[in-house]
Design a protein around this ligand. Structure first.
Ligand SMILES: [Ca+2]
Length: 263
C-alpha cells in the first residue's frame, strides 16, 4: 500500500533467477505484469551493473517508473530461484517524490559494494652476462629474516630449471609458486633462441599470487662461484618506489558497507 501518490521504481538483484510482477488487483495476479527480470546470478544487491545480463533483452534489474496511488492496495509478486552454489535475493524501492514525512527512500538503505584490488606480485630479474656452464649462488632473504634460500644455479639454465631451484623459497614466504622465463640476447643485443649465441640471459621471476598472511620485502644477491668464469650476475627486484626491493601486496578482497545520508 503506497504511502504517497507518486511514481515508484523497483530494484532487484538475486542469485540465480528472479522477477517482480505488479498488478492493480489485490490478491490476484490477473492483471499483474513483469516489471523486473533476471535470468542469471548477479552480485549481492548489484542493482546497477547490467552488462553481464545483456545477452537476454528481457533482463531488467531496475523497473520503469510506475505511478501508484496512496492508500490503494496492489498485487506485488516476487519470485527467486536458486540452482546451486550461493544464493541471495534483494528488492529495493525508490520513490520519486522527495518530500515524504516519516518515510525514507528504500534506495538510501545501507548498500554493499564488492571490491577486488589489483595485487602487486613479486617480480625479480636475474641477469647473467657471458653465461657458461659454471654455477653461481643466488640468495633470497625475506625482510623478516624468517626465510632465506641459497641455491646453486647454472649460468645456462632454462627458465624452467631456474624456477625449479627457487620455487620452494617463494612457496614458503608467499604461499604460492613463481614462474620464471628466460630471454637470451646475442652480441648485437638482439633476442635469440639459440643458447649458443647468447651473451646475456635475463630471467624474470614472477610470483603467481600472494597467499601468505604477511607480505615481505625480498632481497636477492648472487655470488659467482667460479673465479675463472667470465660470467657476471646481477639481481634486481624492481620497484618504482624503492629500487632494489619490492613489497608484495596482500590480496585484498571483501565488501564495503556504504550508508547514504537522508535528506
Ligand atoms: Ca546460485
Amino acid at each position: 500500500m503506497p504511502p504517497a501518490t507518486t511514481r515508484y521504481r523497483f530494484y532487484m538483484s538475486c542469485d540465480d533467477q528472479c522477477w517482480i510482477k505488479l498488478g492493480s488487483t489485490p490478491g490476484s495476479d490477473s492483471d499483474a505484469t513483469e516489471i523486473t527480470y533476471q535470468d542469471r546470478a548477479s552480485g549481492f544487491r548489484s542493482y546497477y551493473t547490467d552488462t553481464d545480463l545483456a545477452a537476454n533483452p528481457r533482463n531488467k534489474r531496475i523497473s520503469d517508473w510506475v505511478s501508484l496511488q496512496a492508500g490503494q492496495a496492489y498485487y506485488l509478486e516476487t519470485l527467486g530461484r536458486d540452482g546451486d552454489g550461493g544464493d541471495h535475493f534483494s528488492v529495493g524501492l525508490e520513490i520519486e517524490q522527495t518530500a515524504i514525512s516519516g518515510h525514507h527512500h528504500a534506495i538510501r538503505e545501507v548498500q554493499e559494494i564488492g571490491i577486488n584490488v589489483t595485487q602487486n606480485h613479486e617480480l625479480t630479474k636475474i641477469t647473467v652476462n657471458n653465461p657458461d656452464n659454471t654455477k653461481y649462488k643466488i640468495m633470497f632473504t625475506s625482510s623478516d629474516l624468517k626465510q632465506n634460500l641459497t641455491k646453486d644455479i647454472v649460468g645456462t639454465w632454462t627458465g624452467g630449471q631456474v624456477n625449479g631451484a627457487i620455487s620452494d623459497y617463494y612457496h614458503k614466504v608467499h604461499g604460492n609458486w613463481p614462474d620464471t622465463t628466460r630471454v637470451m640476447y646475442d652480441s648485437n643485443g638482439n633476442v635469440t633462441t639459440n643458447a649458443a649465441d647468447s651473451v646475456k640471459n635475463v630471467y624474470t621471476v614472477q610470483l603467481r599470487g600472494l597467499r601468505g598472511p604477511t607480505p615481505t620485502t625480498v632481497s636477492a644477491t648472487a655470488v659467482k662461484s667460479t673465479a675463472s668464469s667470465p660470467m657476471t650476475i646481477t639481481v634486481d627486484t624492481p620497484s618504482a618506489d624503492t629500487p632494489g626491493t619490492q613489497l608484495s601486496s596482500n590480496p585484498l578482497r571483501g565488501k564495503y558497507r556504504v550508508k547514504c545520508v537522508n535528506d
